[in-house]
Design a protein around this ligand. Structure first.
Ligand code: ZN
Length: 189
């Protein structure tokens, strides 16, 4: 089922996700819905908060992006990124490292809004997958950036929080408009 993507101004986007205690049938269905919603919106990642649930669950899929490469290492060996997608991360712990690199980012909760965001180039990840198994890997490139963006969502952090003050000033009126539209729509519910 395709779920409604929550936009900037919805208070759920600022909530820290609760850890998943048990991967129930309901959680597995929720994960399937997250993946379906991400694909329907051509997103690279989607966090539970973005569909209205403050939970430590995010999904990613970088296969559609051909011009921004990703790297993956499992057990210290290079691994195939495409075969690892879609990627489900439950209760993820990440350790970013490497040089900080700035690159353009967007977010499904901020339609048509983009900004250069500085982030470390690599990330070490430990998480549970949809079957409850612990997965550990190292990612680089777009995948590392997307994972950091999604794990921020799980902690109530948004990409605008990491933009330069100058870029945020440029976007301020668009952000204010989006926030006001979202709040007005929520009041009507
Ligand atoms: Zn986002």
């Amino acid at each position: 089922m395709i779920l409604e993507v929550r936009k900037y101004g919805d208070p759920v986007l600022r909530k820290k996700g609760a850890p998943v205690e048990k991967i129930t049938a309901e959680i597995r269905q929720f994960i399937a819905d997250l993946i379906e919603t991400m694909h329907a919106n051509h997103g690279v990642g989607l966090a539970a908060q973005q569909v209205g649930r403050a939970l430590q669950v995010t999904v990613l899929d970088v296969r559609e992006v051909k011009d921004r490469p990703s790297t993956l290492e499992r057990d210290g060996q290079p691994a195939d990124v495409d075969q690892f997608m879609p990627l489900v991360l439950i209760n993820p712990q990440i350790q970013p490292h490497g040089q900080t690199v700035a690159a353009a980012e967007g977010c499904l909760s901020f339609p048509e809004i983009y900004g250069e965001i500085p982030r470390p180039e690599f990330v070490e990840v430990t998480a549970l997958n949809e079957t409850g198994r612990t997965i550990e890997f190292r990612a680089g490139g777009l995948l590392a950036r997307a994972i950091q963006h999604e794990v921020d969502h799980l902690n109530g952090i948004l990409f605008i929080d990491r933009m330069s003050a100058e870029r945020k000033r440029e976007l301020q009126s668009e952000l204010d408009t989006l926030q006001a539209q979202t709040k007005a729509a929520l009041r009507k519910k």
